[in-house]
Structures are given as C-alpha cells and as structure tokens.
Design a protein around this ligand. Structure first.
Ligand code: 5RP
Length: 240
C-alpha cells in the first residue's frame, strides 16, 4: 500500500475508533471515509457496537449496507451524536474545502446536524490558506448555470462545469444537480465567500465549511513510520 493510502487509512481508522457505542452518526463520502466505514463494520462485528447512520451519498449507502451499518432517513432524525467525514483542504483554523466527491450538500447538512464533527485526512490535505490547491465546488440547479457562472465571475471566480469521467457530459450529483468548480486563488475571507456564493439564486450549496469542525485527525507517514495527530477546534457555526 502506498504511503498516502496508509496515512488515510490510519486517520480514518482512528476516527472510526472515536465513535461511541449506541450512537446515531453521520457518515461522509470519499476514499478516506471508505476506510472509516470498513473499520466501523469491523467494530460492529467484533465489538458488537450498536450504531445507526445517516449517509451522505449513494456510495456511503452501499458501503454502510455492505458493512452491516443500519441507515436512517435524515428526515426522521433530529440530530446526530457525531459525524465523520473527509476533506479536500483543511486550514490551520479547521476550515475546509469539500466536494471533490460531489456530495457537499448532504455532507454539510450532516455536519450541521452533528453535536461533534470529526474530519479525517492524510497530511497532503493540510494547507496554510484555503484555495491553495483546490477550487471551490458549488452544487447548482442546471437551469441556473449561466446566471451562476456570471455571478461567480463578478466575484472573481473562474468556473467550469465538472465533467464526468465515465460518460460524455457533466457530473450529475446524487441530488440531480451539476457541480461547478470555481478557481478563486487564495481565499482570504472564507466565511463571507461561503455566504456570498450561497446567495446566488440556483446555488444549492458550496464546498466551503467554515467554523463547523470539532476535531481533525491527520495521518502521516515519515521514514516509514505511521503517525496520527489530533487537533481540536471551537465550533461556532449552526448546529441543531
Ligand atoms: C466528497 C468530499 C470528500 O470528503 C473529499 O472529496 C475527500 O475525499 P477523499 O477522502 O477521497 O480524498 O468532500 O464530497
């Protein structure tokens, strides 16, 4: 296994071990979360853990099923004890860019429902400032494409509709929408940008997650040695 995969797996398994028995949890999406879900499956088998989960994607739903995790309809859940997810960029204050897996809207709903929100990443996801490596993914209603691109341009963002790698045409999200990836360069005020993007008619939500995280678990490998580091933050954003 490559070092980066080992680092992801270590962070994900550490995060999954932080899930308490008899909790209702949120499960994010992506390759790091896949390791976390498998580890939860192992704990259910070997430790007889009793948990149920709200998933954030079709991928998560399938993985939960394969790993004997009971899934719940989020409409029937008022809040979650804890949620675990990956991220594409994490800044020193625990703010995130998410959405390269196109599941950002459901992921933000679950993050807001969770009493504790834990992010699991390998060290390549750490940045000094958001926007260093990753564009901001924005989920939009297809009819609004022209309007949204125009508004984003006025805000200094260069947008492109995300193409699907396996079919001709764009990525269509699990919610039936498009993803526009927007290059803003270095982002100096993520909170204001998050709100301004969400004010554009036709935008469902965007991949900036500001002040939502309680803890980031970072896996790294150096000189062949696996290491895990945990950082905690003061969450301030909405929580129910
Ligand atoms: C999906 C996401 C993922 O959490 C993010 O893209 C990280 O994925 P990976 O663990 O595969 O790097 O935001 O919408």
């Amino acid at each position: 296994m490559k070092d980066i995969e080992r680092a992801k797996k270590l962070a994900a398994e550490t995060g999954a071990q932080m899930i308490p028995d008899r909790s209702i949890i949120g499960l994010g999406t992506g390759s790091t979360l896949e390791y976390a879900i498998k580890e939860l499956g192992r704990r259910i088998r070997e430790e007889n853990l009793k948990i149920s989960a709200v998933t954030t994607s079709f991928q998560g739903q399938l993985l939960a099923k394969e790993n004997n995790i009971v899934t719940l309809n989020p409409m029937n859940v008022s809040n979650l004890n804890i949620a675990i997810d990956g991220a594409d960029e994490v800044d020193p204050d625990g703010n995130l860019i998410k959405g390269l897996g196109a599941a950002l809207t459901k992921e933000k709903i679950v993050a807001a429902m969770a009493q504790r929100y834990i992010i699991v990443i390998d060290e390549t996801k750490k940045v000094t400032q958001l926007g260093e490596k990753t564009p901001v993914p924005v989920e939009i209603i297809p009819d609004a494409l022209t309007l949204v691109k125009c508004c984003l341009k006025k805000m200094g963002g260069l947008s492109s509709v995300r193409p699907d790698q396996s079919k001709a045409g764009p990525v269509v999200t699990d919610l039936g929408n498009l993803i526009v990836d927007v290059e803003f360069g270095i982002i100096n005020n993520a909170q204001s940008l998050e709100q301004r993007i969400n004010n554009i008619p036709g935008v469902v939500n965007n991949g900036l997650f500001v002040d939502m995280v309680d803890e980031v678990v970072v896996g790294s490998i150096s000189d062949g040695q696996a290491r895990v580091e945990r950082q905690t933050f003061q969450k301030r954003a909405c929580q129910i």
